[in-house]
Write a protein that binds this ligand. Structure first.
Ligand code: NAP
Length: 284
């Protein structure tokens, strides 16, 4: 896609390391093109040692705002004084907005996931949901599921201590921490309305961890935060059993649309962003 730059083009972008794989520039630039805005979204390859300088450059260069991706989300949360309650709770910032020379950190991952689950008609209220993982993605998932009024959230993680620490942050949610091999317990899987993978296992289409797919309720939804051109190792066995599934492309879309609105102060053209994302992921 070619973007026409003028003497007054304004910048937004994304900080990451690596960053070249990111689908965000395609989504945001498609939105600018759709709305006829003289703005551009640029990938910035920012290494850890340069992160504080890169943040200082945002107001210095008049950049409106940036997304933050792997591996910088937690560190940006530690570096910024002003941030939303949500970013503080998650301990991670995925977008930084510049307003009158001041930087403000926010996190749109949980809201993006909640919007995607709602658009997929995944009924969470009063239900049991299983979250696999205890990193930043899992934290956003726990917040989204708590807001959607899950009755119980079962968190399973390879490192039990990390899951216990994460569970402590969500004082008002009912979170049970279990060991990873509980995924193979038909009693647990059979209770769940949602099984959500927030680990990178299965990204390269390798088999997922042992999981009692055969015990899943017919209405159980399998959601993978990972997105890939092919069904992930986590989703494939669920699909083969005719169960409902989705990968994290929808979450990426919605968190990106929310960030677009924070950067630009206008409603995001979500269908243009979806089309660009699908094209980027080879799903036209
Ligand atoms: P993270 O903070 O590094 O956490 C990784 C998690 O995966 C940890 O719970 C880790 O367990 C677990 N894990 C890694 N390798 C494992 C293995 N071999 N066996 C069992 N567990 C393993 O990463 P994150 O930021 O949460 O991201 C997780 C995934 O979600 C990534 O693929 C990321 O791209 C995706 N994500 C997608 C979106 C979206 O918009 N769709 C948003 C956020 C994240 P331990 O604690 O034991 O190490």
């Amino acid at each position: 896609m070619s973007v026409e730059l003028t003497g007054s083009t304004l910048l937004t972008g994304i900080f990451g390391d690596p960053v070249a794989h990111s689908a965000s520039p395609a989504m945001h630039n498609a939105a600018y093109a759709k709305l006829g805005m003289d703005r551009v979204y640029v990938p910035f390859h920012v290494r850890a040692a340069q992160l504080p300088a890169a943040l200082r450059a945002i107001p210095a260069l008049g950049i409106l705002g940036v997304n933050v991706t792997v591996p910088h989300k937690e560190r940006v949360a530690r570096l910024l004084k002003r941030q939303s309650a949500e970013a503080r709770l998650l301990g991670a910032v995925n977008c930084v907005v510049s307003r009158r020379g001041e930087l403000f950190g926010d996190n749109t991952d949980a809201r993006g996931l909640a919007q995607d689950l709602a658009s997929l008609d995944v009924a969470i209220k009063g239900q049991t949901a299983i979250v696999v993982g205890a990193g930043g993605g899992a934290a956003a998932a726990v917040l989204a599921l708590h807001r959607l009024s899950a009755r119980q959230i079962v968190m399973v993680n390879r490192t039990r201590q990390r899951a216990l620490k994460l569970a402590q942050r969500f004082k008002s949610a009912r979170i049970d921490v279990q060991d990873l091999d509980e995924l193979n317990n038909p009693g647990l899987i059979g209770r769940a309305a949602l099984v959500l993978n927030a680990t990178s296992v299965g990204l390269k289409a390798e088999p997922f961890l042992p999981l009692a797919y055969e015990a899943a309720r017919p209405d159980c939804f399998f959601y993978d935060l990972v997105y890939a051109a092919e069904p992930t190792g986590f989703l494939r066995p669920a699909r083969e059993r005719g169960l409902r599934t989705a990968d994290g492309a929808g979450m990426l879309l919605h968190q990106g649309a929310l960030a677009f609105e924070l950067f630009n102060g206008v409603k995001a053209p979500i269908e243009a962003m979806r089309k660009a994302l699908n094209a980027r992921l080879g799903r036209e």
